[in-house]
Design a protein around this ligand. Sequence first.
Ligand code: ADP
Ligand code: ADP
Ligand code: MG
Length: 447
Amino acid sequence: MISHIPTSEQLFSELPFAELLLDEPLFEAVESLGFDMMTEVQASAIPQALHGKDLIVNAKTGSGKTLAYLLPMLQQILDNPQTVSQALILAPTRELCRQINKQCSLLAKFTDIHAAVIIGGEDPKHQIKALQTFPEIIIATPGRLLEHVKREVIDLESINILVLDEADRMLAMGFSDEVISIATHCNEECQTVLYSASYNQNKFALLTDAILYDAEVLMVDSTREDNRNITQQKILSDDRAHKLKLCKYLLENEKYSKAMVFANKKETVNVICGWLQSENITSAFIHGDVDQDKRNQQLRKFRTGEINIIIATDVAARGLDISDLDLVINFDVPHNGEDYMHRIGRTGRMTETGSAITLVDANEWNNMISIEHFLDIKCPLRKIGALPARYKGPENQKSSGKAFGKKRKKASEKKTVKKVKNRSKNRVRDKKNIGKRRQPSAKHHSE
Ligand code: ADP
Ligand code: ADP
Ligand code: MG
């Protein structure tokens, strides 16, 4: 059963939170955060979730999805208090889990509801202690949680609300077996809710077939979201050295409060950070090989503004909600359109504005064009007069905007090889088939 909510360019619905008839402590918490009107995704998902429906929800980055699943979860726990853990939120990164926990404590501050964060990189002993107090809500990354399940530290049988935030990312990280295994350990009657800004029916099929029951699909925004409040540009670059200079130039000359620089590899993050330091620009950095205490410390400094530049891999591309972040630089073109969308979605949250600048070298040109096509956007080329690129973009462009060039040569080389191969194959077959009727199609294939 699919119910499509029409794509809306409007972020806010016409409905105030008061419409929801939430218990007083929750309503007061929402008020104390200064929230009055629900966003579109909140107005459509909260009532459905309160009815206990399984849901798949897609809404753009920065549209308030966290509240859309936390509020009904808290209300359901107030309606049906138990002495055991009853709700579980899975998210792909440790930082995101911590952020969700913060949001959750703000909303639950006038209730007795508690949450525990179960993530990798932290001492399991403390987590075991926390679990033994039976927090109503568990917020976890799949890997560590499943370890606790296997060690029988925790029994998920009492979980009757399961939320997967950034669900597609967990699948892309190869966590689908873990997620399915966790979901099957939850109560049979468990309500399961999937959230994402980049829902893809085909990629989700495995998960949805295995763990959802008669789910409602709420598409509040299309996957290929149009981020009107984010200015997007691309700058041609030659190589890493040139990119480093461009990056420094932008960080020194753009107007911004906080900037996030994304690179595709951990090593590149280290290089950028080290180089900026040598140029007397201090930046924080986050990637998977940085130990967790340091990761937490760096992100804290960035959130508070003690450091206003952070360099990161895609580990920081999902879900993080950081105030005053108004510049994203893609040092490398991301691998695909979804990653691009999530990276730039760290800026321009809610009604804020931001800008996103992608550095594109000759090898990345075609990928950038694919991303623009996928998201149906056109990033204008910007030139930095002080740092001109030798690379001027492809000399010959296909109608798609992609470069011809080397690839075409390679393709024709391949063809020749294939032809030669086929010809010799044919001769063998011809010998074998002496006296037999020739297959006309065989000849056809070799041409
Ligand atoms: P998403 O998960 O969709 O990317 P978040 O849940 O992180 O977005 O929310 C983005 C920001 O909007 C957060 O800072 C959150 O506190 C704020 N926010 C959420 N709901 C509302 C609302 N109804 N009105 C104003 N701000 C809101
Ligand atoms: P992750 O791989 O989930 O990111 P870590 O790399 O920080 O987590 O894991 C640290 C170690 O803690 C691992 O060797 C893991 O096996 C161990 N561990 C996890 N859960 C428990 C537990 N309940 N009791 C004892 N050790 C655990
Ligand atoms: Mg989110």
